[in-house]
Ligand binder design. Structure first.
Ligand SMILES: Cc1cc2nc3c(=O)[nH]c(=O)nc-3n(C[C@H](O)[C@H](O)[C@H](O)COP(=O)(O)OP(=O)(O)OC[C@H]3O[C@@H](n4cnc5c(N)ncnc54)[C@H](O)[C@@H]3O)c2cc1C
Length: 383
């Protein structure tokens, strides 16, 4: 089949696919059971440039376009969805916030090593009582003579216990509850700072190898130059970054679904019932046909969105559409894959139940499906 991609896009996709086949796929089931993946994998990915894909070469990144990043991310997600979320968050959220709003000094000090993969980044917006309604966050940043003191608790931070640097959103307006979106700042929080406490990892349904935990800021002191951009604009910076993050989640969903489709197709050719492979039954062929069609549609929507973003068009609700469709597609496709595997599909010994568990979170984090529908609906009505 003729590739519609550039030579560079094909090359990066091949690199990511080969890396996933050698370093992720063989270990994904074991890491799922162990609740952790080998950190050495992230080091190697950093050396290959996978942690600075969207950062300009002048700042030690690869300076790639969004589509190339998403192509690589799909490959990594097809290998291991837990590793993929580390790559997605790091590239889309903390690095982009520093790239778009960080000072030249902050970019030198933090972004450059993050782009080289030497520092792993995380993103802390959600709180126990502020998820979909993130603007209700309560973590306080109090100004002092020489900087800031942070107090509060951030929920479900991906890589909260394993990252080196967290981009954290905290109230700078002194309010202790929701006061609109203008009183929130974004801070660079090195995780080695005194007062940074990562709780024990959450025991999750899926993405079990990915570290997710509550992070406490206990009288955590930061110099003044750890505030990113303006003191009251952190929430807006976070939302802007989340538009890109949602594309990353959509690519992750496509990778998970593709892995499930490949397993189900192979199994349908091998598994014999009633004297012939189940793949000869039209009912199974129809399932595979629907799975493949839905995956192609999700990918096409995602890639068009990425191309429009790179062409400078405002994303508006497009990122929400891509994420909504891809994440719900991943759940349908992985559920059908389990069905095609029958009883074996329900067993941990086979990969499809893990893929189904991993798929679920893509319709929850970085904005639930309901929140994406709200964004899309409002955009339609305000157009
Ligand atoms: C594995 C994992 C990793 C995560 N990583 C991070 C991270 O790195 N950083 C970070 O900041 N956060 C992270 N999160 C948090 C994630 O973004 C939130 O869980 C998500 O935004 C939903 O918030 P919530 O869980 O509080 O659900 P809630 O907001 O309580 O929602 C509960 C239900 O109500 C629905 N709902 C809420 N409001 C409305 C409404 N107005 N209309 C209709 N329906 C509504 C929701 O769609 C959902 O179905 C992570 C979560 C998970 C599970």
């Amino acid at each position: 089949m003729t590739s519609l991609l550039t030579a560079e896009q094909d090359q990066i996709t091949d690199l990511a696919r080969t890396f996933a086949a050698e370093h992720l796929l063989p270990f994904a089931a074991e890491w799922d059971r162990a609740h952790a993946f080998d950190r050495g994998v992230l080091r190697t990915m950093g050396e290959l440039g996978f942690f600075g894909m969207l950062v300009p070469e002048a700042l030690d990144g690869l300076g790639l376009d969004t589509l190339t990043f998403l192509l690589a991310l799909e490959e990594i997600a097809a290998g291991d969805a837990s590793v993929a979320i580390s790559m997605s968050v790091h590239n889309s959220l903390p690095t982009q916030m520093l790239l778009c709003h960080g000072s030249p000094e902050q970019q030198e000090r933090w972004l450059r090593p993050m782009a080289r993969g030497e520092l792993l980044g995380a993103f802390a917006l959600s709180e126990a009582d502020a998820g979909s309604d993130a603007a209700a966050l309560r973590t306080q940043a109090t100004r002092t003579a020489d900087g800031w003191v942070l107090n509060g608790a951030k929920a479900w931070v991906t890589n909260g216990a394993t990252a080196d640097v967290v981009l954290a959103m905290a109230r700078t307006d002194g309010a202790d509850d929701r006061r609109g979106t203008r009183g929130i700042g974004a801070f660079v929080v090195p995780t080695g700072t005194s007062g940074y406490v990562a709780a024990k990892p959450e025991d999750k349904m899926g993405l079990r190898a990915s570290n997710t935990c509550t992070v406490y800021f206990q009288d955590l002191r930061l110099p003044a130059d750890h505030l990113v951009g303006e003191a009251g604009s952190g929430y807006l910076y976070a939302l802007q970054a989340l538009d890109g993050g949602r594309l990353g989640v959509a690519a992750q969903a496509c990778g998970i679904a593709r892995a499930a489709l490949e397993h189900a197709t192979a199994y349908a050719g091998e598994r014999r019932q009633f004297g012939r492979p189940i793949g000869e039954q039209q009912a199974i062929q129809f399932k595979l046909a629907d799975m493949a069609t839905q995956l192609s549609a999700a990918r096409a929507l995602l890639h068009e969105t990425a191309r429009r973003k790179d062409a400078g068009e405002p994303l508006r609700a497009r990122a929400s559409r891509a994420k909504l469709f891809a994440s719900e597609m991943a759940m349908r496709v992985t559920t059908e894959a389990v069905q095609i595997f029958g009883g074996y599909g329900y067993m941990r010994e086979y990969p499809v139940e893990r893929l189904m568990r991993d798929a679920k979170v893509t319709s929850i984090y970085e904005g639930t499906s309901e929140v994406q529908r709200i964004v899309i609906g409002r955009d339609l009505l305000n157009a």
